[in-house]
Design a protein around this ligand. Structure first.
Ligand SMILES: [Zn+2]
Length: 407
């Protein structure tokens, strides 16, 4: 004897089903609708039923944020610093703020950032942590995030954010990889125009391979000519045959690349399995300030997808020296990307970039609604995906509305 639960009046995005043809329900736009049938604690399918009043989907995944920096903007403004003016100005303003990064301050700000993601219903969050000092000792922000992460209702992945030049120093990439491996850390680096970026990349790939870590790069976050970070990362991946997940963030320079060059690079990214996180909020704010007409600095995500690249959407900065606004909420970031990157309706086709595809970019197995455990799903009090992406109330855990007993 097994219990079957029913949740009446549900819409499920077709794009978040592994086998929509076997799921049942009635097609309504980019969703299937009906009463959700549960078998034990798992979703079995839809049967004909009430008109939808709630949307059920997997918990969103955050592929890229900076919880060590977040919610510091008011203090930065109070110091007389005026953020803005581009990426390098923001880096300097944030660096000056690190004088205030005491244990109490880190716990308060990181705790608030994590609480933001709990409200947004996140299932997994990858946060970068700046690696300011030269050695392999864990930074205080790393320890603070690790301590707070263990109490969260979601998974936190921590990525060490080092300058790529630093990783070129003999033995340092390996020492950092060894230090972060016990925490399931990701080896990350900021790659722009540093002179030793090639050697740094080789060291990063070798260290990640040796310690079984994923790689994550901030790369080509600028619109100046000659940025070659992504090309070097692709080349190093090809040369080494690295098997772990590689996620690159930004790729702003791709937005100025001729179509033929972009197609060739995208095909190599797809072949080597390198995913790209597009981060609209900070790019829209910091990039393209010195030119008219103003380029927006977003990588051409639709063209990259068409060439087979796994493209996902991330939040990046929230209320810090890089961006005075922002919101720790993957659905908000997708909504912003829709405006910035001309993501046409039906909107369901883009949801995998903050759910199933995002999890895959983080090296995790995708969660689709069919067969999912209830604990991995959320219910939103909306009846359509446009409603979901226009400011839905916070999601709720999934609760069967009535139970039936079947033999
Ligand atoms: Zn970032």
């Amino acid at each position: 004897m097994s219990a079957t639960g029913i949740i009446p009046g549900v819409a499920v995005p077709v794009s978040l089903l592994a086998r929509p043809q076997d799921f049942g329900g009635r097609r309504q736009g980019d969703c299937l609708t009906g009463d959700l049938v549960l078998r034990g604690s798992r979703v079995q399918g839809l049967r004909p039923g009430a008109a939808p009043t709630r949307l059920v989907m997997p918990k969103p995944a955050e592929v890229h944020c900076h919880l060590d920096k977040c919610h510091s903007i008011d203090r930065i403004l109070a110091s007389g610093t005026r953020p803005g003016g581009g990426l390098r100005h923001a880096i300097a303003a944030q660096a000056a703020d690190t004088a205030h990064w005491t244990k109490t301050d880190l716990h308060a700000r990181i705790g608030r950032g994590l609480a933001d993601y709990a409200v947004a219903g996140a299932g997994v969050v990858r946060s970068h942590v700046d690696w300011h000092h030269p050695g392999a000792t864990l930074p205080p922000a790393w320890a603070a995030l690790r301590d707070l992460a263990s109490a969260q209702p979601f998974t936190v992945q921590m990525a060490a954010l080092c300058g790529i030049d630093m990783l070129a120093e003999p033995g340092l990439a390996d020492a950092i990889a060894r230090a972060i491996a016990p925490d399931g850390g990701v080896l990350g680096a900021f790659v722009l125009d540093q002179p030793h970026r090639r050697a740094g990349l080789r060291a990063a790939f070798a260290a990640a391979d040796r310690h079984g870590l994923a790689l994550d790069f901030h790369v080509d976050e600028g619109l100046e000519p000659g940025l070659d970070g992504l090309q070097l990362i692709v080349q190093t991946a090809e040369e080494t045959g690295f098997k772990g997940p590689i996620l690159c963030g930004h790729g702003c320079a791709l937005s100025l690349m001729p179509a033929d060059d972009l197609a060739r690079l995208a095909e190599r990214m797809a072949r080597t399995g390198i995913a790209l996180a597009v981060l609209p909020a900070t790019n829209l704010f910091l990039q393209g300030r010195a030119a008219t007409p103003a380029p927006r600095g977003l990588a051409p995500l639709q063209a990259l997808r068409e060439h087979g690249v796994r493209v996902v959407i991330g939040t990046d900065n929230v209320r810090d020296a890089f961006l005075p606004l922002g919101r720790h909420d993957p659905l908000w970031s997708l909504s912003l990307a829709a405006l910035a990157a001309h993501l046409d309706a039906p909107m369901g086709q883009w949801l995998p970039m903050v759910t199933t595809e995002a999890r895959a970019a983080l090296g995790l197995p995708p969660v689709t609604v069919d067969g999912a455990a209830l604990a991995d799903l959320l219910a939103y009090d909306v009846a359509s995906i446009t409603d979901l992406l226009t400011g839905a109330p916070p999601p709720r855990a999934l609760q069967p509305m009535k139970m039936e007993t079947t033999a």
